[in-house]
Design a protein around this ligand. Structure first.
Ligand code: ATP
Length: 512
């Protein structure tokens, strides 16, 4: 199966098993908006707990807040979103489809990079142990040709990006013969700017309605509460404020399932520091955040940093943590050193003094900020796409399994009486009642045990507990492991500890 096909199968699986549904489906859906079903919401909540606890419990100097989606419209002027939160749009005149010009160029560059990497891998296979990658890259004619193409386009792109030169974006697209995937033509309009914020009005027109925006990021809710939290929490710099919440962007390119949505959720933490210490803290948070990801056990090789070449005018360092999605390495989280841009601007626009008084040095300053910003939905997609497998079994059958990290799995254990009689359901109910306070469990008594195992594999349940006639004599049950499919006999009294060891979120947190 190609990665493309696999992705389609995954999307269908997410719907079939209650993870993710297209929004408003009975009305034919709403583009780039998705709802989480009964399984999806559990997975999402577990991801949020992992992040929230890692931030607010493991760091004594980080606290959380929950600010509103609606905020004073001046906030978005101060933050620069009204004037600069734009995407460069381009339309194909034949298909009438709209694209982001920067994404078209970046995808093209990604393909060139892939070509180079494929050549290098070929070389590695050919030369085996004696392979010298640096020498190969410097001498292989195929690599040199593709790399030169890449470098040339990349240089033009970075220059155009820095200068905000959209005519040059269009020229790059034309010169590289980047075609519309629908029409296959290179018949493009000019590139135009498009603001991504959704607006609505607050109050009735008679009392003079105000235009307000649905927040495009949660961060500003943190900045405007900086003084409240610092004062009431008696926080000393360095300290952080964390928040999880919805954000809205009128994305033009609505593709790739929950990777790019118009309504999505972010987990953001702003870390307030003394000016001059930002690069040190930036490095610390880079390391810390990568550790958080890798700790999930989905393979360190599936993550990489992508340092920004073009920095926003207020930033002095920025990087993305990218994950290897089925459609390539793409941004999962952003880490930015934002200087005092946000607090400074809010001070200017609101007229309120936003300063920190340092008791030790007797000086006041506007704190600098390191931001870590991760998408909940992209993390859900990373987990689902990495966990989804179709396996061929020894008996020739196939099984679909979601090997979700156990601490994130929506259901931790399924309790399955072998038959619906002979007192087995009663024992199963008792086990259920014992476990349900600590673990999300599912009780299932329909269909053959084999079918029930398959259903639990498909939603990623780490343990299946089967109660059979023997249980009535020996007080033991059969526990089946999702990943190995091994079965073992376990005393009912030991069930809790066995499950807890594998699925307890605190064990993940302890490794951080
Ligand atoms: P991209 O370049 O992919 O549009 P971005 O750089 O605009 O992303 P940020 O503004 O840094 O993203 O937002 C922080 C995080 O929020 C991203 O790393 C991503 O995980 C998430 N995010 C941003 N936009 C979306 C979206 N439209 N749908 C889902 N998640 C998103």
């Amino acid at each position: 199966m190609t990665q493309d096909e696999l992705f389609k199968v995954l999307v269908a699986h997410c719907k079939e098993y209650g993870f993710i549904f297209p929004s408003s489906e009975i009305y034919d859906g709403l583009a780039a908006v998705y709802d989480y079903g009964q399984m999806g919401v559990e997975l999402k909540n577990n991801i949020k707990s992992y992040w929230w606890n890692a931030m607010t419990r493991l760091n004594e100097n980080i606290v959380g807040i929950d600010s509103c989606i609606f905020m004073h419209p001046r906030i978005w002027e101060a933050s620069g979103h009204v004037s600069a939160f734009n995407d460069p749009l381009i339309d194909n005149k034949d298909s009438k489809k709209r694209y982001r010009a920067d994404v078209l160029i970046e995808d093209y560059l990604g393909k060139l990079e892939e070509k180079v990497n494929k050549e290098v891998e070929k070389g590695r296979r050919k030369f085996g142990e004696s392979f010298d990658e640096a020498q190969f890259r410097a001498t292989n004619p195929n690599v040199l040709r593709e790399q030169a193409k890449y470098d040339q386009v990349h240089e033009r792109y970075v220059k155009a990006e820095k200068a905000g030169d959209f005519a040059e974006y269009r020229q790059i697209i034309i010169d590289c013969n980047i075609v519309c995937p629908i029409s296959g033509t290179c018949n493009w309009t000019d590139v135009r700017q498009f603001n991504l914020m959704f607006s609505t009005s607050m109050g009735s027109t008679s009392e003079g309605a105000n235009i307000i925006y649905l927040r495009p990021e949660t961060a500003q809710g943190i900045f405007v509460n900086y003084l409240n939290v610092q004062k009431t929490g008696r926080m000393k710099i360095p300290f952080g404020i964390a928040q999880i919440g919805k954000a809205f962007r009128n994305e033009i390119v609505a593709r790739q399932f929950i990777f790019r949505m118009r309504e999505f959720e972010q987990m953001e933490m702003q870390f307030f520091i003394k000016p001059g210490t930002e690069l040190e803290w930036f490095a610390k948070w880079k390391e810390q955040r990568m550790k958080w990801h890798v700790n999930l056990g989905m393979g360190a090789e599936n993550y990489r940093f992508h340092d920004h070449e073009k920095l926003a005018h207020y930033a002095n360092a920025a990087t993305d943590i990218e994950f290897q999605f089925p459609f390539g390495f793409k941004e999962l989280e952003g880490i930015h050193s934002r200087t005092n841009f946000d607090l400074g601007n809010h001070q200017k626009f609101s007229g309120k003094k936003i300063q920190y008084f340092d008791n030790e040095t007797n000086e006041s300053y506007t704190p600098y900020v390191i931001e870590t910003s991760i998408g909940v939905d992209r993390t859900v997609l990373a987990v689902l796409s990495h966990s989804f497998h179709e396996e061929k079994l020894e008996n020739g059958e196939t099984r679909v399994v979601l090997s979700i990290p156990p601490a994130l799995a929506p259901v931790k254990a399924a309790v399955l009486p072998l038959v619906k009689k002979d007192g087995l359901p009663e024992v199963a109910q008792k086990i259920m009642n014992d476990l349900k306070y600590d673990f999300n469990c599912q009780y299932e008594d329909k269909d053959s045990i084999g079918k029930r195992y398959r259903r639990q594999d498909a939603i990623g349940t780490p343990f299946c507990i089967t109660i059979d006639h023997e249980t009535l004599n020996d007080n033991c049950v059969t526990v089946r492991d999702r990943d190995t499919m091994q079965q073992e006999r376990v005393p009912i009294a030991e069930l809790h500890d066995l499950i807890d060891k594998r699925v307890n979120l605190n064990n993940l947190l302890r490794n951080l």
